[in-house]
Design a protein around this ligand. Structure first.
Ligand code: MN3
Length: 350
């Protein structure tokens, strides 16, 4: 049996985020309509009916009063129905007093246990039919959890970048650090009417918020960019337009790599090294902590094409204090096809 708490795991973030308050209101109204439909069909609350329930994981059968039936249906819907399930209610097509309710993979067949004659006589008056595409969901869960950012999954396994970056580092980095930034950012934005903003919108106006937002919004964005740039099948030298622009700006890939590495080893404490597109063209620069070039705090402002994490948590388990070795290994898993994609996306935005 699927519980509503699982829905938040199963539904995509967009499914939940796109649910508007209007949908929420409509869903309540629809549930009321189902209750009303049952009552229209079985007009006496103390009338006995037999319900047969066929669910995703369990089947069930019971004899209930109509009043109990309404609660039973409501409860089952609450426990079992997933986002975007269809719903339909139909009386039996012949004149037998049977009501069918289908909600997604769950169905109810409800048969009158007495008053059969009464039923067939008045059948026409009680005809009900509801069909809707609307989701039935437990609103309290959605309202608490729907808003906010979620942790993107990695496009490869934790051990996929070995031997250059080890599985333990990747798992810690994604499951603990990246996730931590997501959780803390959601917490920091909770009462700030910022729930529908994109991460870029938060970063562009980061001075409006406190340092908790600054650090964690940076953490969310930077790690998403970083993890997506890495690949077990990386194309390890520049391609496309970015290759041309890189050679024009830095002379050669080797020169670029040298300057990028120096920026990484030269960053005191924790921070990031960037290749950004600025108003003056491509630039290598670094930022402290979780700052990035989209923030007004950054000395160099622009659009990040490549971001390299030089926090110790990104390499310490394997490379210990040897940051330069980590940077060397970073270049073995940095996928320049992804960098070119980022570059093209930025060019097309302008
Ligand atoms: Mn990190």
């Amino acid at each position: 049996m699927i519980k509503m708490s699982d829905i938040l795991l199963e539904a995509t973030f967009d499914d939940i985020k796109n649910l508007s308050y209007a949908d929420v209101k409509k869903t309540f109204a629809l549930r009321k309509k189902i209750n009303q439909a049952i009552l229209n069909f079985f007009p006496h609350e103390d009338h006995m009916v037999k319900v047969e329930y066929y669910g995703d994981y369990i089947d069930d059968e019971d004899e209930l009063t109509v009043k109990e039936l309404i609660e039973y249906v409501d409860k089952r819907i609450d426990d079992n129905v997933l986002l975007n399930d269809d719903i339909s209610i139909d009386p039996a097509t012949d004149k037998s007093p049977t009501l069918f309710i289908d909600v997604g993979e769950n169905s109810f067949e409800i048969t009158s246990l007495d008053d059969e004659e009464f039923f067939s006589e008045n059948y026409a008056d009680r005809k009900v039919k509801i069909t809707s595409k609307l989701s039935m969901i437990k609103m309290s869960d959605i309202l608490l959890e729907a808003k906010g950012f979620s942790l993107p999954s990695l496009p490869y396994a934790y051990n996929a970048l070995e031997p250059h970056i080890d599985a333990e580092t990747m798992e810690e980095h994604h499951k603990k650090h990246h996730k931590g930034y997501v959780t803390k950012l959601n917490d920091a934005l909770k009462s700030k009417a910022a729930q529908n903003l994109t991460i870029e919108e938060v970063l562009a106006n980061v001075k409006k918020y406190d340092d908790k937002v600054r650090n964690n919004a940076g953490g969310v964005f930077n790690h998403t960019l970083y993890f997506n740039l890495l690949s077990p099948n990386a194309t390890t030298s520049p391609v496309g337009e970015l290759k041309k622009e890189l050679e024009k700006t830095f002379g050669s890939f080797a020169k670029f790599k040298e300057e990028f590495t120096e920026s990484g080893t030269g960053r005191f404490g924790s921070g990031w090294v960037w290749l950004s597109l600025t108003r003056e063209g491509l630039k290598i620069h670094s930022t402290p902590n979780q700052d990035n070039p989209l923030m007004s705090y950054s000395e160099v402002k622009g659009e990040p094409i490549i971001g390299m994490d030089v926090w110790e948590h990104a390499y310490y388990l394997k490379h210990r204090s040897q940051r330069a070795k980590y940077i060397n290994d970073f270049f073995k898993v940095l996928d320049w096809n992804k960098a070119e994609e980022n570059y093209q996306r930025i060019l097309n935005k302008e």
